[in-house]
Design a protein around this ligand. Structure first.
Ligand code: ADP
Ligand code: MG
Length: 357
């Protein structure tokens, strides 16, 4: 896997500017109290004995052209949230609007049109590409579903343009996925994701399966595409260090809920939720002098089951700040402490804490 061929296209290797897409305050996608509970069925009668609360009341706005990073440990509901935003699944309750249009009430053609505007790139480039299809057919597949997007005669040329755009050789259009490295396969997945000129791209851990050396190249490619095409990203990762570079804002999830949401610099330099502080203190710091100085927080205990989340604040069972109120009263995601704008936190005892040197 480490035999990664360096991309020849300067677009793919060029160091991209720190910070990311132009932030425009126009809301493109809005999630309102999204809930997804999966029934747990047991026995021959398949009786429902409980529910996995995969996503449990998530609200946020995504602005045009921005990147919203969504971070949290495995199982906290990130992929489920991504599927709800794509409408690959319907929520148990709550709603999502795209440019003000309620996504879950759309049917038929109207829904198909909406689908064009929100696309997804999956985590694993090894399993998400059909091994029996050529790269040309994989990238061109969205045109079969949306035939009016590009006339049939122009499709091959469009696929070649897309290959070029993601830093791959357009002449490799007839090759199969196994003839590409992991990073190149993810470029194919990205080409497919942007084929229909979407407005929003959900990136579900797009670099988690790749070698560290290749991750930055793929993240850089996504940034360059954003700058060129004006896309908004929901960029999902389980690690805060991956999303820092690309995100304008970051949301931290714990057991199906957003526990902190704010501008990238606020989240990294002044996290206010104990969970965010703990996640950040686990981020590797290359500079050993900083590493020694910083405040390490080691979380004890396992993540509780999403089928039976703790009452009150879901994090209280692992939180060193927890008081009685945390066991009974669920903290809302609001500005804390008061006056810190655009930085919300769901903790009764939220206060900024410097974690990284
Ligand atoms: P993440 O992407 O953060 O790792 P997921 O969204 O994949 O988390 O999963 C959140 C929780 O929902 C997990 O406990 C998972 O087992 C459960 N889950 C996800 N999809 C389904 C499904 N289709 N049916 C039942 N449970 C599911
Ligand atoms: Mg996932």
């Amino acid at each position: 896997m480490s035999s990664e061929t360096p991309p020849t296209d300067s677009r793919a290797t060029g160091s991209s500017a720190a910070g990311t897409g132009v932030r425009n305050r126009e809301v493109i996608l809005k999630a309102e109290d999204l809930v997804k509970h999966y029934p747990i069925k047991k026995g021959v009668l398949r009786r429902t004995v409980g529910h996995v609360k995969a996503v449990d009341g998530v609200s946020f706005e995504l602005f045009k052209g921005e990147t919203l990073g969504i971070v949290g440990e495995s199982g906290c509901g990130k992929s489920t949230l991504g599927r709800l935003l794509m409408r690959l699944e319907d929520p148990t309750s709550g709603r999502t609007t795209f440019n003000g249009v309620d996504m879950y009430s759309q049917r038929g053609n109207a829904m198909r049109k909406l689908r064009r505007d929100i696309q997804i790139v999956f985590q694993d480039p090894y399993t998400s590409l059909n091994p029996r299809m050529t790269v040309g057919d994989i990238i061109g597949e969205p045109f079969d579903i949306h035939p009016d997007a590009v006339p049939k005669a122009g499709r091959r040329k469009r696929v070649q343009e897309l290959l070029d755009l993601v830093g791959l050789n357009p002449e490799h259009i007839n090759r199969y996925p196994h003839q590409f490295s992991g990073g190149q396969r993810q470029r194919i997945g990205i080409a497919r994701g942007i084929a229909l000129n979407p407005k929003v791209l959900i990136c579900d851990e797009p670099v988690s399966a790749l070698d560290v050396s290749v991750q930055a190249q793929v993240v850089n490619l996504l940034e360059e595409l954003q700058n060129e095409l004006g896309l908004a990203y929901v960029f999902i990762a389980h690690d805060l260090s991956v999303v820092r570079h690309i995100s304008d804002r970051v949301g931290v999830m714990y057991l199906g809920k957003l526990v902190e949401l704010g501008d990238e610099d606020q989240i990294y330099s002044h996290p206010t939720h104990p969970y965010t502080q703990a996640l950040l203190s686990a981020v590797p710091v290359p500079d050993p002098t900083l590493r020694d100085k910083r405040d390490q927080i080691v979380l004890t205990g396992d993540v509780p089951s999403p089928a039976n989340p703790p009452k009150g604040c879901r994090f209280h069972t692992r939180c060193w700040k927890a008081q009685d109120i945390c066991k009974t009263e669920e903290p809302l995601l609001v500005e804390r402490p008061d006056g810190v704008s655009e930085h919300t936190s769901a903790c009764h005892f939220a206060e900024p804490r410097q974690v990284l040197g």
